[in-house]
Design a protein around this ligand. Sequence first.
Ligand code: HEM
Length: 410
Amino acid sequence: MTLSVMMEPREAMAALTAPEGRRDPYAYYDAIRAHGNLVRIKPGLMAAVGHAECSRILREPRLLVQDAKSHDRLYPDWRSHSSLRGFTDSVLYTNPPDHSRMRRLMSGAFTPRRVAALEPAIVQMTDRLLDRVAELGGDGSPVDFMAEFAYRLPVAVIGEMLGVADDDQIWFRAAVEDVTVALEGISRVSRLDAADRAMDELAAYFGRLVDERRRHPADDLISALVEAHDAAGDRFTRDELVGNLVLLLAAGFDTTTHLLGHGLHLAFEHPGFAARLRTEPGFATGYVEETLRIAAPVHATSRFAETDVDVLGTTVPAGTKVLVLLAAGNRDPDRFPEPHRFDPDRPDIQPLSFGAGAHFCLGAPLARVEAQIALPRLLRRFPHIATVGSATYRDRLVVPGHDQLPVSLG
Ligand code: HEM
């Protein structure tokens, strides 16, 4: 969709938070871009839509994530919400020195070696799930790709890494669906009842698991993090440990699920590329990068300026929150010629989809590997797979995507 009338940034931003804008935000991102790559929306609020500006902001140490201190200033009541408290104890919502301390402890668990070691298990999990899809759809019945595959693979992978039981992976979906509303922006505090309940449930679950692993360590991520906590007492508080485990679960599959959904949807729209995914070794790498670019699973994040900060010639005044619209930066025409065209052969894609700088996604190598393994195997296994009926979409601003994507196996 293109908007024929010039819109003020404030109007475009209001439209983005309405259901239609959430469903198809790209025209509104372009409407903001018509005013510049980093623009003022209203006093105290700016939005970045340029690739260079988003990247610069995320790498600027003086632009901070909203942490407990800034929540205290802006939303005095935030501590009454366990969902906000839980995530605020995690790496995502802390600044140095707490962020650097926790990040160091967690990144040890996401080394390229650990991810590479998981690859054979990811292949096995993919094939097991494809067997199940074949059973469900073998008689011509439609199968919901999101529920039966796109959700199950990432949760099985993060479940395996964390060391949670297979039986628990099913209830995680509803709990994570509810708890991630708290990551959609603190201004939606009125909608947090279900998020709070889900956080209480997940925190109690991981709390029990932490106690169990302390008694009986295993070769999994929870045991490694418990050890990091216990090694020097003050390295991870218990709340931080639990907050980060809930974050890993939520960030670990809510996003990757939608990468898989977007990847398959794009394959349906571009049968030529789907054919190359089936046959051309190595094509999946560029395909997944371009999927991440054109259909960013995470559309936005934000940063806060405590002092005036210059970003590529534009001042972000002290006291301003900057929305970093990653999905818009991924379609910046100054960085990507014909930005709205899906082209896995583009050179040097480098999407902003995993962020940049100190908070760069810890799970990026894992998410990439999952999609690079799963999409070609799925398309090879079901050469006549096609979309049937109507897909439905989540009504989300930050992590939109398919709710249901019914397919026939042909
Ligand atoms: C396609 C899948 C994924 C996408 C698009 C994605 C996106 C992102 C983005 C944009 C950020 C940075 C947020 C910011 O700077 O404010 C982030 C951070 C993070 N992601 Fe991911 N993510 C994905 C998968 C994963 C997976 C699989 C895991 C873990 C298993 C994970 C764990 C994390 C963690 C722990 C952080 C916080 C890092 C920090 O604050 O230092 N993510 N992710």
